[in-house]
Design a protein. Structure first.
Length: 498
């Protein structure tokens, strides 16, 4: 073998050795001691290697390094220093560590990044041990409203409901030490359930407003309380496939604001049944199986944030996952019912106050008369008809009354008065304006059978209510527009204001 051939052979041997050698191991530097380096190695191991000879490498905390696979000796810095690990949200900054949220769980990780604050996103190394890169806080997608002025007195006909809410939500906030003495923790969440348009959202805003007033002291008109309103279906639609992240971000945004100024934050989830349905019940899909645990983790993680209150609103409380309503989560269930006749009268009073009325009508008397009018049993909105048995019963106006409907009647009546004043200068809302408004509202209601809640069926039909409702949904029962029937009953229009 001549010299050239020997060189060729040596080169081939080198190449063979290279091809046979195992790949380098990559790792992330967690800590640099005087004698050793602590390194997290991909594959969930933390090792300590000698620091001798590493000075030249300019290794720092968080550096990506490569190691010799058998001895694990440091070879040098990796060319690829950007991490490819998970991106997580920072919950708490602790000296040189961070508490972060990953997949609904809290993790403590080391920190190698400067100027991290709560709510920032950071990327972790592949072993989830150290934060390597910071991504500044994204502007939240959630409308974080400064609370608007909604005093309790602007809500009518719900005296009992409001009393319970004040006891459950306000009292622990005002008398913190007394509640602590009895081992009672401030409420973390309440469920408001009841038919649509009866004031659940309004109550949510009123809680935010009144708590911020309390937090800001008696003189403050309103300290910077916040209200985040999200609709359940919106979480599913807008964040398809990423609804857990949406829930996480909502709570991160709330924690941020609460931490910034210590003021109360109300997270209001309307139509909560759309996202928090019972898991594995056949009525849920996989989506709920991941959203519910995320929600539970967020609720459980709120310990120590007594100024963040979750308010769920629904008219299908029966389908909510029981774990959501368990002790220490959304554990106060409060019904927001349709107004009684007296309640309706109070709501009319609220919306008519200050409006010009014709013939100087007395506000209290007029409100009470209008309430009596809409509670008239002759005002049938739906007949519930079984093709074999005939009419089973009727839904009257009074079965469908809501605060929203009363406000709409007042708005319609005001519009009539405005048009008349513009036409001929006559000022004030007349009795006829109210008659027309009530009829218009009746016609419009008749088109919305979905406004009937399960409770409404029970109220009208007692124990058979649910059965009839199901039959109706399956098309066995026929719902007819009641106006047709009214016409044949009384042969014409009825002056509803008398
Ligand atoms: P949904 O279930 O459809 O979301 P909701 O129960 O949340 O309805 P709100 O949105 O609070 O009902 O009510 C709609 C509007 O109706 C309110 O903004 C308010 O103007 C009026 N309203 C409802 N209930 C009351 C009430 N009890 N007192 C005064 N106004 C009311």
């Amino acid at each position: 073998m001549d010299a050239d051939e020997r060189v060729q052979m040596l080169l081939m041997q080198e190449e063979l050795k290279r091809l046979n050698s195992p790949p380098y191991v990559s790792g992330t530097v967690l800590d640099i001691g005087k004698k050793t380096l602590r390194i997290s190695v991909a594959g969930s191991r933390v090792i300590e290697i000698s620091a001798v000879g590493t000075e030249k490498c300019k290794v720092r905390k968080g550096s990506s390094v490569i190691l010799e696979p058998t001895s694990m000796a440091l070879i040098g810095l990796s060319e690829f220093d950007k991490s490819s690990g998970a991106v997580v949200t920072v919950e708490e900054v602790l000296d040189n560590r961070l508490r972060v949220q990953k997949g609904g769980e809290s993790l403590i990780v080391l920190n190698s990044v400067k100027d991290v604050s709560v709510g920032d996103e950071v990327s972790l190394d592949p072993c989830d041990v150290i934060a390597l890169e910071r991504f500044p806080k994204k502007k939240t997608k959630f409308a974080l409203e400064e609370v608007s002025e909604v005093p309790w007195r602007s809500i009518g006909g719900l005296e009992e409901t409001l009393r319970t809410i004040k006891q459950e939500v306000e009292d622990p906030f005002i008398h913190r030490s007394v509640f602590e003495r009895y081992g009672r923790k401030p409420v973390k969440g309440i469920l408001l359930y009841g038919p649509p348009g009866c004031g659940k959202t309004m109550i949510g805003r009123a809680i935010a407003y009144n708590l911020s007033k309390i937090a800001g002291g008696a003189k403050s008109k309103c300290a910077n309380g916040h209200f985040i309103k999200i609709n359940g279906p919106e979480i599913l639609d807008k964040w398809v496939g990423n609804s857990e992240a949406a829930i996480r971000k909502i709570y991160a945004a709330a924690r941020d604001v609460a931490a910034e100024n210590g003021s109360p934050v109300i997270i209001f989830i309307d139509e909560a049944e759309a996202v928090l349905k019972t898991r594995g019940s056949g009525i849920s899909t996989d989506v709920y199986d991941s959203i519910v645990p995320q929600f539970l983790a967020e609720m459980d993680g709120l310990n120590g944030h007594s100024n963040i209150i979750t308010v769920l609103a629904t008219n299908r409380e029966d389908v909510l996952d029981p774990a959501v309503l368990r002790d220490g989560r959304v554990d106060r269930r409060i019904k927001v019912p349709r107004p009684s006749r007296e309640g309706a009268s109070e709501i009319f009073r609220i919306y008519l106050k200050g409006k010009p009325l014709q013939e100087n009508a007395n506000l209290v008397k007029l409100s009470s008369r209008l309430a009596s009018n809409i509670y008239d049993d002759a005002l049938i909105v739906y007949n519930v008809v079984d093709p074999n048995q005939g009419v089973l019963g009727n839904f009257c106006y009074r079965h469908l009354v809501s605060g929203a409907m009363i406000k709409s009647i007042v708005d319609r009546a005001s519009n009539h008065a405005i048009q008349r004043e513009l036409r001929n200068g006559t000022r004030g809302i007349s009795v006829n304006d109210f008659d027309s408004a009530i009829k218009e509202e009746l016609v419009e209601q008749a088109g919305f059978t979905q406004a009937l809640a399960r409770d409404d069926w029970d109220n009208v039909f007692g124990v058979k209510g649910k059965q009839y409702q199901n039959a109706c949904l399956q098309g066995y029962l026929i719902l007819e527009n009641a106006l047709v029937i009214r016409a044949s009953h009384d042969g014409g229009t009825k002056n509803v204001s008398n």
